[in-house]
Structures are given as structure tokens and as C-alpha cells.
Design a protein around this ligand. Structure first.
Ligand code: GYE
Length: 341
């Protein structure tokens, strides 16, 4: 599929040729073939502008690695990667610069679900396909993006609720009063809203489950510890902690240990976590975290494949959901060795 991608390619080629020219001309080795080789190389690459929302968690690092590995030059891509450091305005700026560079595709993980319509209309007007990765957006006009590669956060939240139902039943505690606190991820993030709703809709079926408080801890360990300390100061009797990612869970565990709470014993606080990174799964194996609902960060390969399909003019689905699992003490051992994050 041939498209004019002149300004970005011209800029890259001209910059590289100038740099190479300066380098080789100083030792008299510069020649036409080198310049042509560079132009040919950049000419055959799919140019992708990627705005990553930040580097707030272990999960995000794994997600970034997956994208940079899949969209490598060896795999036929020229990746322009930007880290927005958790700020939507930085993502919008990055998307605008990708538009002015006339990249072939724009991909990004939206830090929150609202506020994208204007900039995505600019991308649409420029004829540049947009692919969402990881999180989703609330835009009513679904033509503003071509597809999303990610996970189903509502499913993840409901899996957490279903595990708690089964665990209470197994321990004949389904009639007991259950006090729950929730560490939430970034306000307005689709993944936080999905996990919150998925769990809450299970909790609503049980009049003896009491969600004492849900509070933002920004998906970080430091904030997770700070908010858990707040919960421990306010609530005498907490039976369950729902923590919407492993990084916040690690912080909460620190706070619980410093408060003298025994964790990892049968009658201690139940800890439900999300992401299922390797270090957290070791805690599942050791009985410290009771259940960890996976959110697979390795979305780079699927993103690369979808772009190749678009390059071939093939129809793509509106959503590609990567597979997630639920890990407990009973099943985690057999997965520990083979994991890459
Ligand atoms: O759970 C968390 C990261 O968007 C699914 O963001 C991702 C979430 C993930 O900071 O660790």
C-alpha cells in the first residue's frame, strides 16, 4: 500500500546522510552508495510513533520492552518512542508531533479514558491510523481508532470477586461479615474503572461484603504503602485487601508488616492482586498474596502483527485481547519457570 510519507522519511534520511556525510567526508570515505543504502533502508521500514503513558510499574516496563522488541528495525519497523511520564498533555503533544512527522501509524496507551477526541480527529484528518495498546478510551466515535490491543480489565475484576466467593465457601465463611478495602489505580484509567466495576458487581451480590473504602494509590509501591497505612489507621478489622496492581500490593505488604499484622498465615488478611509479575507470583507461591489476576503486558507481537495486516490492506478486528490467567497457591508453581516478566 503506497502512501506519501515524505517529510518524516526525508527528515530522517537527510539527517542521517548529513551525519554520515560529515563522518565519512572527514576521512574521504563518504560515497554515494552509503547514502543510497541508508535511504533504501529507511524507505522499507514501517514508521510507528508510540506514546507510552509512563514507567510507573514493573508491568509498564515489561509492556515497553515487549513493544520495543517487536517494533524493531530487524522486524521492519522504525519506532519513534515517547514516554509521557503519566501526563495526558505529554501524550497529546507526542501524538501531534507524530502527525507532523507524517508517521505511518500512531499507537499509544491512553493514561486515562477521556480527553482524546480532538487529537484523534487531527490524526484521522491526516489519514494516519491509530492503534490503542493496553488501555482504552471512552470516545463515542469508534472510527477515531482502528483497533485496540489489550486486556479485559472488567473480566479481571470479576475474576477477583469470583475467587473471593469460592475461597469463603471453601472455608465455610460465606455467611461472615467481610470487610474489604481497595487500592485503586490511576483515576479515570480504563483499567482501574474496569477492575473496580468487575469486582464491585460481584460484591453487590453479597450483603455481608462491605467495601469500607476504595482509594487511589496510582499503581505505585510508595502510594500503595501510604494508602494502606491510612486504611490501617482508620479500620480496626480489614479481612480483604483488593490491590489493583502488584506494585501497590508490595507497598501494602510493607505497611501491613510494619503494623505488626501477621501475613501469610491462614487467618490473616486475604490479599488479592493484579498483573501477576514474577516477583508477585513468588509471593503467591509463599502464601503471602492469595490470588493474582494476570494482565499480560506482552502486547508488542500482537501490535506488530496487526500493523503488518494493515500494511497488506487486510481487515482487522476492533479489539485483540491477549490471554490472562488467575494464579493461586494451588496452580502457580507450574507457571513460575517459563515466565518472561
Ligand atoms: O495493571 C499497572 C500499570 O494499564 C494494565 O497499568 C495496565 C496497568 C497495570 O501501571 O501495573
Amino acid at each position: 500500500m503506497f502512501k506519501w510519507k515524505i517529510s518524516y522519511k526525508v527528515f530522517v534520511t537527510a539527517f542521517v546522510m548529513l551525519f554520515v556525510g560529515m563522518m565519512f567526508s572527514s576521512c574521504g570515505m563518504f560515497d554515494k552508495e552509503v547514502a543510497e543504502a541508508i535511504e533504501t533502508e529507511s524507505e522499507n521500514l514501517i514508521v510507528v510513533g508510540y506514546s507510552q503513558l509512563g514507567s510507573e510499574s514493573v508491568w509498564r516496563t515489561a509492556n515497553t520492552n515487549s513493544i520495543q522488541t517487536a517494533l524493531s528495525k530487524e522486524n521492519g519497523f522504525f519506532l519513534q518512542f515517547n514516554n509521557a511520564r503519566q501526563k495526558q498533555e505529554n501524550q497529546i503533544k507526542a501524538i501531534r508531533s507524530f502527525i507532523s512527522q507524517r508517521v505511518d501509524y500512531i499507537a499509544f496507551s491512553p493514561v486515562t479514558e477521556d480527553g482524546w477526541t480532538t487529537v484523534l480527529e487531527e490524526a484521522k484528518k491526516a489519514g494516519i491510523p491509530v492503534i490503542l495498546v493496553d488501555r482504552s478510551i471512552s470516545a463515542t466515535d469508534s472510527s477515531l481508532y482502528t483497533t485496540r490491543v489489550g486486556t479485559d480489565s472488567y473480566w479481571e475484576g470479576s475474576q477477583a470477586g469470583k475467587w473471593l466467593e469460592e475461597d469463603l465457601k471453601k472455608k465455610h465463611q460465606e455467611e461472615e461479615e467481610i470487610n474489604i478495602v481497595v487500592l485503586q489505580g490511576t483515576p479515570g484509567a480504563s483499567v482501574q474503572l474496569g477492575r473496580t466495576m468487575g469486582f464491585a458487581e460481584i460484591a453487590e451480590k453479597h450483603s455481608n461484603w462491605h467495601i469500607l473504602e476504595q482509594r487511589n494509590a496510582d499503581f505505585t509501591t510508595a502510594k500503595g504503602k501510604e494508602v494502606m497505612e491510612h486504611f490501617l489507621r482508620l479500620y480496626e478489622d480489614i479481612d480483604v485487601l483488593v490491590s489493583q496492581n502488584d506494585d501497590m500490593t508490595f507497598g501494602a505488604i510493607e505497611a501491613l508488616r510494619e503494623s505488626g499484622r501477621e501475613i501469610g498465615k491462614d487467618d490473616d488478611i486475604r490479599i488479592i492482586s493484579f498483573d501477576a509479575g514474577h516477583d508477585a507470583l513468588m509471593m503467591v507461591r509463599d502464601g503471602i498474596i492469595d490470588v493474582d489476576v494476570e494482565c499480560n503486558p506482552e502486547q508488542g507481537e500482537t501490535l506488530a502483527e496487526v500493523i503488518r495486516m494493515l500494511e497488506r490492506g487486510e481487515k482487522v478486528e476492533k479489539e485483540y485481547i491477549v490471554e490472562d490467567k488467575v494464579f493461586t497457591k494451588e496452580n502457580v508453581e507450574k507457571y513460575l519457570d517459563g515466565r518472561t516478566y
